[in-house]
Every structure is written in structure tokens, then in C-alpha cells.
Design a protein around this ligand. Structure first.
Ligand SMILES: [Zn+2]
Length: 352
């Protein structure tokens, strides 16, 4: 399965006479094709001054960001990923700690004591810290040097500053795990299938893979379109639906045990910001304002940028109660902005 081809092929939707062209990519997940062009979307943190076509599969609903730059690493040092820790991050620290500890509920299928847990893309290590306190033996990899530095201080021990393709090369790491966690990682990769294949090799037969991704089939994605909070082009390359995630898992040797729609914080924030994004010319203006994102301030000038920030704060306060209910309803209807899949490896029967 070649994921990269779909990502790199430029869209041809503007060439009306070229609809039959063999160059138009097929779905990297289910093979249906050609993908149809949905809309063009710009980075919501203004980190790149261009837009990216978003293509979608008519078969499984999977979405792909087209034209993602080959060297996307620099995208993780700018905009939403800038290097300075802001004061409001420190204020939120204990709240974030509670959120991270709540993720442990997805690991309930096996006892915690002594279970080996690998988090791929462990960020600042807050989840691993919570898991360690519960008795898991924790391991993490994190390609961003700044997050790695924070995570190594916090977790002490087994964190490696490597890319996702190199897991098997870390000498101190076990060859087998009871849990592998991919929390909002898979959507960033050109080739999510190769990471899942690696996870399959690293999991014990009775182990579990936990994957959280944005839900491209959500009401939030539908309402938001190019302004959907969790679209995040071009950092998000793949946009999964429950169906495409299930198909990919099956291709890579997993059986989906359960898909949950209960990540309230991410769903609620996504709903609220998506609605405000639709109403104002600026995008993610609360986050861009709090971060004093230079690209956002340059785009609108200080006066307009801060006027929009005030408007967004007012709109968010106004909509917070009704959207709280909308979020609960979409979770209940399995159409929330994000989803969490719990998968187990398919183990070949030993009987002849
Ligand atoms: Zn498809």
C-alpha cells in the first residue's frame, strides 16, 4: 500500500477536462478512486502562507491533505509548536495532569502492575508519568528535542529522542510490550501503515494498541470544513473516519475491539473553536492570541488581531453552554470530533 503517492500527487480538480487522468490519486486506505476534491485549507496557525487541497474518498470517507511539503519537520518548531513555554501553560499544568491520567482508562484490559507500555510520540511525558505512578513500566519516543528534554526530566528513564521509524533500534528498550499508545500521532504520518506494522511486531499476542485520532466523519468536521479545528493542515496528512481507521487496522494485522467517542476535552474545545472559526475572519484566534503568534499578529496587525481576540472570547463565553450539550450529543451519537480505537493483534491460529 503506497500512502505517499496519494499525499504527494498534486490535485487536478481544477482541470475539468482532466477528470479521467490516471494521475488522480486513489484512496490510500480502501483503494477506491479517484479521490474527490473537498476544499482548500490554510494552516490555522498561519505558519505557512499557502493552502492545501483536502481530498476525500467516496468509499470509506477517508481524507488526505494534498501537497504536504517533503520536509515537514520545521512545521513542528513554529506556530502551535513554537518552542517557548507560555505562562498560561504553567497555569494549566495541574489540569493537564488530570487529563493525561484520565487516558489510563483505555488500558483497563490488562493489569497495570509490570505491564510494559510504549507511547510513540510521548510529547512532554505527562501521560507516561501518570502511567508510571500506576505501576506500568513506561517507555516513550519523541522526535521533538524540546518535548524530549521535558519528558526525560519528568519520567526519568526510558525516553528516546528518535523518529517514529526507528523504534526497533533503541538498545535499552524491550522487544515486546503489553500496550502501545499512539495519541494523536497517526494523522501526522505520510505512511501510517508502516507505523502500525511496527506496532504489530512490538505487541505481545494479548497486548493492546490504543489509537486516538480526529474524526473526519464528525459533525465538527462537517460544520468546520476548511476551518475545522482538528484539520490542522499540513501537519495532519491523513483524516480518518471510523471506517477508514478500521480498514487500515485490519490491513495491518489488528482487530478493532472498540471505538470510543468520549474524549470530552478535545471534543468540546474542538466544537467551540470550530464554531468561532466559522464566525470570525481569523482562525484559532484565542490560541494564536494567547501564544502571541507572530504570524497571526502580522497577518491582521495588532489592533485587528486583538479586536478579534476579544470577539472570540465573547463568542466562546456565549456559546460555551449550548455547545457543551452539542458535544455530549455528538459523543452519544458517535459523531464527536475525535475518536479512540482499542485494537488487538490478530494472532494466527496454531492449529494446522
Ligand atoms: Zn477509501
Amino acid at each position: 500500500m503506497s500512502m505517499e503517492r496519494a499525499v504527494e500527487s498534486p490535485p487536478r480538480a481544477s482541470d475539468a477536462e482532466d477528470v479521467e487522468s490516471v494521475d488522480r490519486p486513489r484512496c490510500p486506505i480502501c483503494g477506491s478512486g479517484p479521490l474527490r476534491s473537498l476544499y482548500s485549507a490554510s494552516p490555522l496557525d498561519y505558519s505557512i502562507d499557502r493552502s492545501f487541497p483536502i481530498l476525500a474518498c467516496v468509499g470509506c470517507g477517508h481524507g488526505v491533505t494534498s501537497g504536504v511539503p517533503r520536509d515537514a519537520r520545521s512545521l513542528y518548531e513554529t506556530g502551535s509548536y513554537d518552542a517557548v513555554e507560555k505562562r498560561w501553560h504553567r497555569l494549566l499544568r495541574s489540569f493537564l495532569r488530570v487529563l493525561e491520567a484520565r487516558k489510563l482508562r483505555y488500558l483497563k484490559s490488562l493489569p497495570a502492575e509490570g505491564a510494559r507500555l510504549l507511547e510513540v510520540g510521548c510529547g512532554k511525558g505527562r501521560f507516561l508519568e501518570a502511567a508510571k505512578r500506576k505501576g506500568y513500566r513506561v517507555y516513550g519516543i519523541e522526535p521533538s528535542s524540546r518535548s524530549f528534554a521535558v519528558a526525560s526530566r519528568l519520567v526519568r528513564g526510558f525516553i528516546a529522542p528518535i523518529g517514529f521509524e526507528d523504534i526497533a533500534t533503541v538498545a535499552d528498550f524491550p522487544r515486546e510490550y503489553e500496550f502501545v499508545m499512539l495519541w494523536h500521532v497517526l494523522e501526522h504520518l505520510d505512511a501510517p501503515d508502516s507505523l502500525l506494522a511496527q506496532a504489530r511486531r512490538l505487541l505481545s499476542d494479548g497486548g493492546r494498541l490504543v489509537i486516538a485520532v480526529p474524526n473526519f466523519a464528525s459533525l465538527q468536521a462537517r460544520v468546520g470544513g476548511a476551518n475545522w479545528y482538528h484539520l490542522d493542515p499540513p501537519r495532519h496528512v491523513h483524516h480518518f473516519t471510523p471506517r477508514s481507521l478500521r480498514l487500515l487496522a485490519e490491513k495491518c494485522g489488528f482487530e478493532v475491539e472498540k471505538i470510543s467517542f468520549d474524549s470530552f476535552y478535545q471534543d468540546y474545545i474542538g466544537d467551540l473553536i470550530t464554531v468561532v472559526n466559522r464566525l470570525l475572519p481569523g482562525k484559532n484566534v484565542i490560541f494564536n492570541g494567547l501564544r502571541r503568534n507572530p504570524a497571526y499578529l502580522d497577518r491582521y496587525g495588532a489592533v485587528r488581531a486583538w479586536a478579534q481576540f476579544a470577539a472570540a472570547a465573547w463568542l466562546s463565553a456565549l456559546f460555551a453552554p449550548p455547545i457543551f450539550l452539542v458535544t455530549l450529543l455528538t459523543q452519544w451519537g458517535r459523531r464527536s470530533g475525535t475518536m479512540i480505537a482499542i485494537m488487538k493483534p490478530v494472532v494466527p491460529s496454531r492449529r494446522a
